[in-house]
Design a protein around this ligand. Structure first.
Ligand code: BTN
Length: 233
């Protein structure tokens, strides 16, 4: 694993994408701030100094379990934050929250040239030392706002350590290798939720998460399995 460190980038994900043909498997790109940080669903990710922003570039032999990479990363962030004393939890599929407020978001992007797989970027943003998050248009928090002090480098190393502890097994067997641990950090079982995906909203009660990492929702029409979406609680 090698780490490329920058003071400023437009976006660590964008950097990885531009340079993917030059990057070795397991390269990490970090920036102290980003001028055009990107979130899921074409949102912005406000990236002022104080946060931890990094992208992990991976070139696995098989692409069978790519969606689970993001879930493994979310679990690893959650574990690292919990070790620091934060009561972090997972919101399916891959947000990390404290007290219902978002502290970490992950944007994964698989890269293909026609049918050739060029790698996958797992981009992670964690609010660490920011005191003022009023620019963010959704409930958000940081470690500093919970009086937890740490430095970005230590947190990065802890998250990566957890990630690479689980990565090999995940590559061969998929989400089921982390399911039990994921469920330990997922407090939404039995809770009513709405899943937003495109124009369609699905309302129901969370039944479980499947061995493939999908959300199983109990709805008036029966159980449904959802692969992606935004969970509203
Ligand atoms: C989300 O919308 O929840 C995902 C946010 C992902 C932000 C991170 S910060 C590092 C990497 N570079 C980006 O431009 N985005 C991701």
């Amino acid at each position: 694993m090698q780490i490329l460190r920058f003071d400023v980038l437009d976006s660590t994900n964008a950097y990885a994408k531009r340079n993917c043909s030059l990057l070795a498997d397991k390269t990490v790109i970090t920036a102290r701030r980003q001028t055009a940080g990107r979130g899921r669903l074409d949102r912005k990710w406000i990236s002022q100094e104080g946060g931890l922003y990094f992208s992990l570039f991976l070139k696995p032999q098989n692409t069978d379990f790519l969606p689970s990479f993001t879930q493994l990363m979310a679990l690893c962030v959650c574990k690292a934050l919990s070790q620091l004393g934060a009561e972090a939890h997972l919101k399916w599929p891959n947000d990390v929250l404290i007290d219902g407020q978002k502290i970490c978001g992950i944007l994964s992007e698989a890269l293909f040239t026609q049918n050739r797989f060029d790698g996958v970027i797992v981009g992670v943003g964690i609010n660490v030392a920011q005191q003022n998050l009023s620019d963010i248009d959704q409930p958000a928090t940081s470690l500093a706002l919970h009086n937890i002090e740490t430095n970005q480098e230590f947190l990065l190393q802890e998250v990566l350590k957890h990630f690479f502890n689980g990565y090999k097994a995940l590559l061969t067997h998929g989400f089921e290798t982390i399911r039990a641990e994921y469920l330990q950090h997922f407090p939404y079982m039995g809770k009513p939720v709405i899943i937003k995906h495109g124009a369609q909203d699905k309302a129901g009660v969370v039944y479980t998460i499947s061995p493939e990492g999908k959300l199983i929702l109990q709805t008036p029409e029966g159980f449904i399995e959802i692969a992606i979406g935004d969970m509203m609680v």
